[in-house]
Design a protein around this ligand. Structure first.
Ligand code: FAD
Length: 338
């Protein structure tokens, strides 16, 4: 009994673990070059040396036993650590408030390490962009960009963001109208992210800040993260509305705009190296509400953070529930790899 899981982010990893527990042999396919999805770590060569920069999710929190179990597993493997940092919110007038204390976890040496732990022991194929499916319920085939095909699979879990999901389903010769219509109701906002390397330490009195009322919604000092080795480096993430307004702007414009705002509001010096990344689909604004949805055959289902909300933990929970529904088992507390 083989299962294909398309998308090897946290949701895909959770679905695959649960399917493995239910007796399936899961194979994960991801278009990326390595583990992470939106828990992503970018390696950059800069004039100040190599940097591994978390330019997607900044930290994760666990409110449920299911996700805490993954954090504990990753902590035992040395792949996450609690981020005990000076975290604040800053209003338009420059007023600083400490963020509510709670356990915030970061991947070591980068956020993608958490997904690496979740995928441990599973059969994962990277650089595999799924284009469409063929076959029939219980005997699905997956077709890839390069013309390759894999199958048959008794189950298929699709854990890609809704736009990519709609593309795959719409190209497939089967009636997925219910799943497509539902995915169309979901909204995910973009996020322009700037990575800025400085030639000297810059300490504005905090390590991470939620910024209110400007173009930047979050900025963080990579050097304040456990396990960091590298030059002085800051990540600046654009607010959703601002990122939407400048979605098609060129990276130079984005780097200039966000660095200028960090200079004007906090005195951050001009970087000696900067890069920009556009997350076209970053944070869920309107979710589908239920943890997963199934094709009427019960052999194919969809999941991901977009089912529940804009947090890594919700992606994990969606994936566990999807894997359990496809595998015909009760949702597990931990989604251990089989
Ligand atoms: C800038 C930013 C900041 C964030 N900050 C936080 C935060 O601080 N805390 C927090 O908890 N969450 C945060 N998040 C949200 C968190 O990253 C997501 O909720 C979570 O990573 C989603 O996991 P997922 O598995 O649902 O999707 P993803 O991680 O997006 O995984 C989907 C996978 O599908 C793959 N894929 C897509 N299309 C195809 C295809 N056709 N074929 C094969 N593979 C495909 C992708 O490569 C990707 O690996 C942030 C996200 C972003 C972008």
């Amino acid at each position: 009994m083989r299962a294909a899981v398309i998308g090897a982010g946290l949701a895909g990893a959770a679905a695959a673990r649960t399917l493995a527990q239910a007796g399936f042999q899961p194979v994960l396919f991801d278009k990326g070059r390595g583990p992470g999805g939106r828990l992503s770590t970018r390696r950059a060569e800069t004039p100040q040396g190599e940097a591994r920069i978390d330019h997607g999710a900044q930290f994760v929190t666990a409110e449920t036993a299911e996700f805490q179990a993954l954090i504990d597993e990753a902590a035992a493997a040395g792949a996450v650590q609690e981020w005990r940092a000076r975290l604040v919110s800053i209003d338009r007038a420059g007023g600083l408030q400490p963020l509510r204390p709670k356990a915030r976890w970061v991947g070591v040496p980068g956020m993608s390490a958490l997904v690496g732990t979740a995928l441990n022991g599973l059969d994962v194929r990277f650089r595999a962009r799924a284009l469409r499916l063929s076959g029939e319920p219980g005997a699905w085939h997956v077709h890839f960009e390069e013309g390759a095909e894999e199958g048959p699979f008794q189950r298929v879990a699709l854990t890609v963001p809704p736009e990519q999901l709609i593309d795959i389903l719409a190209r497939t010769d089967a009636d997925f109208s219910g799943l497509i219509e539902e995915a169309r109701t979901v909204q995910i906002g973009p996020c322009w992210t700037v990575m800025a390397v400085l030639d000297a330490p810059f300490d504005p009195g905090f390590d991470g800040a939620q910024m209110l009322g400007g173009a930047i919604r979050w900025m963080a000092r990579m050097n304040a993260r456990p396990g960091w080795q590298g030059p002085e480096c800051w990540v600046l993430q654009g607010a959703t509305g601002w990122s939407q307004a400048f979605l098609e702007a060129d990276p130079e414009t984005i780097m200039r705009a966000l660095c200028e705002e960090a200079f004007v509001r906090l005195g951050m010096p001009q970087p000696v190296w900067a890069g920009a990344h556009r997350w076209r689909y970053a944070l869920v604004q309107q979710a589908a509400v239920t943890p997963y949805a199934l094709h009427p055959s019960g052999t194919l289902g969809v999941g991901g953070d977009w089912r529940l909300g804009p947090r890594a933990e919700l992606a994990w929970r969606s994936g566990l529930a999807l894997g359990a529904a496809l595998g015909g088992v009760a949702p597990s507390a931990q989604g251990q790899a089989g």
